[in-house]
Ligand binder design. Structure first.
Ligand SMILES: *Cc1c(COP(=O)(O)O)cnc(C)c1O
Length: 392
């Protein structure tokens, strides 16, 4: 048995030699501003739990009640017998929240991008994608027969060239992350929409890291830039700021109906269990009822970012709670992460292929749950590690 996998093991061994092999980190506590790892309590700077909703009492209560009333699972895909009333209700709530006609939920943000892109494009179409888009967008594009054009990251000249170059296609779909997950910069969505309108292209934005973070009550980048009604397809995740699991697309009734018939993850994979759906629904209520969480998130973001910059770290071009601390060398970034852990902070090193070679980094995300004291403690740990490893 082992023999058959030797070709994979060889690659793993090579990673071990280079110092880029990583064990999975086990959390021994619930998610939060502090977590227990290897028996040690550390400040968590690696979650996407922006608003601290993973253990919000309203979400937990909704999940428990849903389990008691509707059970642990749904027993079918949505199109056979797996659509519960609560699934439709959540979608109505999401459409309302995003100011769109309709919404459709998928099992995850990943499958949403795969499902949408693979369904709506054919060989008559072209997809025009930012070079730093998320893996799920890249994989979604790989599943289509559409022509592809990659434009330079957030570069509007490069995007315009691609648009000029693609006049012959039936549909031209521009796709971009709203907030880029490894750099924390925001897509120039206003300029993208203006170019799209000039050239008659469609726009799809993936707001995985913007929903719950940017825009009124966390409605995302489209609302943030005042572009309601001008972006054709908004993708969101229910797994990050929303604190649970899932993804959705917010758009028109036409797109929703189409994806119900052609979206493969929707058609061929079982629907969310009641606990997940009910908790997501409660989370949207929390976004509307507790906007102070978003204020706290931004307040913490500004405090932490300023602190890192004052220490002399390179935080790239981040404009959001995602703040990278760029180290460059891959092994050193991982060492840095280990040092931080020693000093009581959990912040993952991110290396190639997740980010380009030579731009290895520590990726931090502060949340609304962190106290200023925790963030100061984290800054102190960064300073110590930076000095110990000669980064500062
Ligand atoms: C995290 C992420 C996803 C995937 O979302 P999941 O719900 O975790 O599957 C998709 N797109 C972007 C930009 C992301 O950052």
């Amino acid at each position: 048995m082992k023999e058959a996998f030797r070709y994979l093991q060889a690659e793993l061994d090579e990673m071990r030699e280079k110092g880029t092999f990583r064990e999975l980190t086990e959390l021994e506590s619930k998610q939060g501003s502090r977590v227990r790892i290897k028996g040690k309590e550390v400040i968590q700077l690696s979650s996407n739990n922006y608003l601290g909703l993973t253990d919000h009492p309203k979400l937990k209560k909704a999940a428990i009640e849903a389990v008691e009333q509707y059970g642990a699972g749904t027993g079918a895909v949505r199109t056979i017998a797996g659509t519960f009333t609560m699934h439709d209700q959540l979608e109505e709530k999401l459409a309302d929240f995003k100011h769109t006609e309709a919404a459709l939920v998928f099992q995850s943000g990943f499958t949403t991008n795969q499902g949408v892109l693979s369904a709506i494009l054919s060989d008559q179409d072209v997809v025009i994608s930012d070079e730093l888009n998320h893996a799920s967008i890249i994989d979604g594009i790989r599943l289509t027969k559409a022509a592809r054009k990659i434009y330079k990251h957030a570069d509007m000249d490069s995007l315009e060239d691609a648009l000029k170059d693609s006049a012959s296609y039936r549909v031209r779909l521009i796709v971009t992350d709203g907030v880029f997950s490894m750099d924390g910069d925001i897509a120039p969505l206003k300029e993208i929409v203006e170019l799209a309108e000039k050239y008659g292209a469609m726009v799809m934005v993936d707001d995985a890291h913007a929903s719950g973070v940017l825009g009124q009550n966390g409605r995302g980048t489209v609302n943030h830039f005042g572009l309601d009604g001008r972006v054709h397809i908004q993708v969101g995740t229910l797994s990050k700021a929303i604190g649970v699991l899932g993804g959705y697309v917010a758009s028109t009734n036409t797109l929703r109906d189409y994806l119900i018939h052609k979206g493969r993850p929707f058609l061929f994979s079982t629907s969310h269990p009641p606990a997940v759906t009910a908790a997501c629904s409660a989370a949207i209520d929390v976004l509307l009822e507790e906007p102070e969480r978003i204020e706290r998130l931004w307040d913490n973001t500004n405090f932490f970012k300023k602190g890192l910059e004052a220490l002399g770290f390179d935080t790239g071009k981040s404009e959001t709670p995602i703040t990278p601390v760029i180290i460059g060398d891959e092994a050193k970034a991982l060492q840095f992460s280990d040092k931080l852990f020693e000093y009581g902070v959990f912040a993952q090193g991110i290396v190639y292929p997740t980010v380009p070679k030579g731009t290895a980094r520590i990726r931090t995300i502060v949340t609304a749950q962190h106290t200023k004291e925790e963030l100061q403690e984290a800054l102190d740990a960064f300073e110590k590690a930076g000095k110990a490893l000669g980064v500062l």
